[in-house]
Design a protein around this ligand. Structure first.
Ligand code: ADP
Ligand code: UVW
Ligand code: MG
Length: 380
């Protein structure tokens, strides 16, 4: 029997899965290397978490390939599905990652420096490890293609739009997965007006009507919108002009915006929400307050874009696990029909609202969306 390997290189983790083929590809095993940096951890379903010490994306990938080998029990990896964060203007549907396609995707690295180089490094490693396998790329930007022009464009001279300076939106594999869960388990809601908050190390929100993206907080790059672990979120472009006028170059500004900002920059303590929630330092409290404030602000904006709300879904590492953040986002939102069931929110419940608008917590599974696409590619 042959299997599909899926690789999802995020900014703070690499998640992976081993799947059989099928319309709903059965999962054989899954895991992740998380907390990339000096103290990375490898987890594989059913096995104790291993501290693997310092690991960047490259080290983590090799650890994953080693961990997966015994699980394969001789089964051939016939295809590898990759999360590719940026598809740019040209890529939407999943594609076979030929050398020509890879070159085009490499040109997008400056638009997603925390992701695209690691996504493509995973492709290189997988091509070396499984030279006979079909390599398929699945794009985070795909779910947002076809969103309205007013959400796609910046109010810049038109020529920039034509050059590809657009609001692409990201976390699309996650929004695709959540949409598929709603269609299966909440069909009425799936046809309605839903805001999904993907709150992980990267964070964005998406306004979805009848299963389609009509607005997203992320834009041209994965910097815009909500503040994140180390990224700034929405920023007045006048700040960039000011930094440049101070003599800072692109590389320095990129480091500040992608690596030193967000929760880490504001708190001066950590990018990790767990650490901030456990801290009694007032700077940690202020960083969390800022985070919640921006989510609430975008929630109101998206409710207006959708002309009302039928549901809100929390997902991503923080959305799935940080009950206090969910509580603070929903608190006082009765005017939008949102009310929290405090007991359900503190438990592992899916349904955590009591108001007329559903509030749900649904663990995301980007790897499953990738496995579905690869399965279709193999069948087609
Ligand atoms: N129990 C928890 N409470 C608060 N935050 C959590 C918890 N568990 C995980 N997180 C947060 O989730 C983040 C990782 O989210 P995830 O979606 O897995 O990240 P990535 O963007 O790398 O895919 C971590 O940085 C951490 O801040
Ligand atoms: C696009 C993005 O920010 O992804 P992640 O949350 O995995 O870092
Ligand atoms: Mg992620």
């Amino acid at each position: 029997m042959s299997v599909i390997l899926t690789l999802n290189a995020g900014s703070s983790s690499i998640k992976f899965g081993v799947h059989e083929t099928g319309d709903e590809p059965p999962l054989l095993t899954s895991g992740q290397v998380e907390n990339l940096g000096p103290l990375a951890r490898l987890s594989l379903a059913g096995a104790p978490v291993q501290e693997i010490g310092p690991a960047d994306h490259g080290v983590a990938l090799q650890a994953i390939l080693r961990a997966v080998t015994p699980v394969l029990e001789g089964r051939e990896v016939r295809s590898v599905g990759h999360r590719i964060v940026h598809g740019g203007k040209s890529f939407g549907d999943p594609v076979e990652l030929t050398s020509g396609v890879i070159d085009q995707l490499r040109a997008l690295e400056p638009l997603a420096p925390l992701h695209q180089p690691h996504n493509l490094a995973a492709v290189d490693a997988a091509r070396t490890a499984f030279p006979e396998a079909l390599q398929v790329g699945c794009f985070d930007t795909a779910f947002h293609r076809g969103h309205p022009f007013v959400n796609d464009a910046f109010a810049l001279p038109r020529r920039f739009y034509d050059q590809g300076v657009r609001r692409y939106g990201f976390h699309g594999l996650s929004y695709d997965y959540i949409t598929s869960c709603l269609k299966r388990d909440w069909p009425g809601l799936a046809k309605g007006r839903v805001v999904v908050a993907h709150l992980g190390n990267g964070a964005s929100m998406c306004a979805i009507r009848d299963g389609h993206s009509v607005g997203s907080t992320m834009g041209f790059s994965a910097l815009d919108g909500l503040p994140m672990g180390t990224r700034c979120g929405q920023l007045d472009p006048g700040v960039l002009l000011y930094l440049m006028a101070q003599g800072m170059g692109a590389a320095e500004i990129e480091r500040i915006l992608y690596h030193d900002s967000g929760l880490k920059g504001l708190s001066e303590i950590s990018h990790d929400m767990r650490t901030l929630l456990a801290s009694d330092d007032p700077r940690a409290a202020e960083a969390v307050e800022y985070y919640v404030f921006r989510i609430r602000r975008e929630l109101g904006a998206m409710a207006a874009v959708l002309g009302g709300l039928d549901g809100v879904v929390f997902t991503g590492g923080i959305g799935e696990h940080a009950a206090p953040i969910r509580a603070r986002v929903i608190e006082g939102m009765g005017f939008l029909g949102l009310d929290l069931d405090t007991g359900a929110n503190a438990s592992d419940a899916t349904r955590i609202g009591t108001g007329p608008v559903e509030v749900l917590v649904i663990p995301t599974d980007e790897e499953q969306v990738i496995a579905r696409a690869v399965s279709r590619a193999l069948a087609g």
